[in-house]
Design a protein around this ligand. Structure first.
Ligand SMILES: Nc1ncnc2c1ncn2[C@@H]1O[C@H](COP(=O)(O)OP(=O)(O)OP(=O)(O)O)[C@@H](O)[C@H]1O
Length: 372
């Protein structure tokens, strides 16, 4: 599967862009603030119906303009696919596949698999546990509708239980039975979600370790540990034991919504003790493992977006990543850099077709390989 062409109108700092891509390697080169990441974001939008940077759609409309349009033409499983996304300030977003508007955006997710590696991934390590749960849930639910359904039902039950706990406090009344209904639901769906999370982390772990070893030349030991209260105690018992506490604090303090993933380097948390380059290596390995996963589950090779991937990495790690992505295991790749040297290094190693685009103050033009 690959993106053949992209047209943009008023998307962030990109006023009008029309580009034809290589099915293999596409490089965006330009100075800081030129618009390289915005191009990546537009491609991300076409797969996930939203920006990876900015959850408020209206902020992606070019300043002083009223609307944006993103259009992409894809080759997917031997067929042409035309995807349209349009937004007028203050109005609903329109998202179309082959001119037909989606009723629900969720129907589109998974159609055009894509993995992005970006500097903002650092939130996965440095942010709170909800970042890591979102990563894991996103990974599983993209191709497992049942898991997504269980997650939605669990969250709904959690919301209702928390509402009741608040109500008890404000009305100073307490009815055990009304909590039981929600506890039953939490236990049922929570246990199913727990089993799936355990299974998926077990599957992700070895692939992730392999990528990390490849990039770091096997010099460092890493780990990923799923932390859940359900490993130690039965969920129903846990809820019963913590009922009194939950009533006092007015929310549910135990359950799979408290899970975390501990990212380790050696015996220590990478969050506290890892260097910037080690954290970056960790994230690249994690995302490449996610790539393999999605590839296996979707039966398609995802598009790979590498945004500013070489920043903070030493020469040897850069070389290892270049070798990795030059492998034909990966399909269409988009890569941004301010440094032409890195891109030339990749282009030299990749036997496949490649294109270079110069991005400058919101304009983009294809340049030939000799032009510097
Ligand atoms: N809605 C918008 N309208 C106009 N410009 C915008 C909008 N949103 C963001 N920008 C501008 O886009 C520019 C950032 O572009 P982008 O992040 O793509 O840069 P980049 O080329 O990736 O830079 P770097 O190398 O620093 O990562 C900024 O100058 C920012 O002000």
């Amino acid at each position: 599967m690959h993106l053949e062409s992209l047209s943009l109108l008023n998307f962030k700092n990109l006023e009008e862009v029309d580009l034809q891509f290589s099915p293999d390697l596409n490089c965006f080169i330009g100075n800081n603030g030129a618009g390289k990441t915005n191009l990546m974001d537009a491609i991300y939008y076409l797969s996930f119906c939203k920006s990876f940077l900015n959850p408020v759609d209206g902020l992606n409309v070019r300043h002083e303009e009223e609307f944006f349009v993103i259009q992409g033409k894809y080759q997917r499983l031997g067929q042409d696919e035309s995807i349209y996304c349009g937004l007028k300030r203050g109005q609903k977003k329109h998202f179309k596949r082959n001119k037909k508007e989606y009723q629900k955006l969720a129907e589109h997710i998974g159609l055009l698999p894509l993995i992005i590696i970006t500097p903002s991934d650092i939130d996965l390590i440095m942010g709170g546990s909800e970042e890591r749960r979102r990563f894991l849930d996103g990974l599983i639910s993209q191709y497992d509708q049942i898991y997504l359904d269980h997650l939605l039902r669990y969250n709904r039950a959690l919301l209702q239980r928390n509402k009741l706990l608040k109500q008890f406090a404000s009305e100073r009344s307490y009815n055990e039975d009304s909590l039981d209904v929600w506890d039953e639901q939490l236990v049922h769906y929570g246990n199913l979600i727990h089993l799936k999370r355990v299974e998926y982390i077990d599957r992700l772990q070895p692939v992730f370790q392999q990528y990390y070893e490849l990039i770091s030349c096997g010099n460092e030991r890493i780990g990923m540990e799923h932390q859940s209260q359900l490993y130690e105690t039965d969920f129903a018992l846990l809820l019963r034991e913590n009922r009194h506490k939950d009533r006092v604090v007015q929310y549910t303090t135990v359950g799979i919504h408290k899970d975390d993933i501990l990212f380790n380097l050696g015996d220590y948390p990478i969050k506290k003790l890892g260097s910037q380059g080690q954290k970056k290596t960790y994230l690249v390995a994690l995302k490449l493992a996610q790539f393999d996963f999605i590839k296996a589950m979707s039966g398609m090779t995802p598009i790979l977006l590498l945004d500013d991937i070489f920043d903070k990495l030493d020469k040897s790690r850069v070389e290892q990543i270049v070798k990795l992505v030059a492998d034909d295991h990966f399909g269409q790749i988009f890569i941004t850099d301010t440094n032409r040297e890195h891109l030339d290094q990749i282009i030299r190693q990749v036997a496949a077709d490649s294109k270079i685009f110069r991005v400058s103050q919101g304009t983009v033009r294809e340049q030939n390989h000799e032009e510097k």
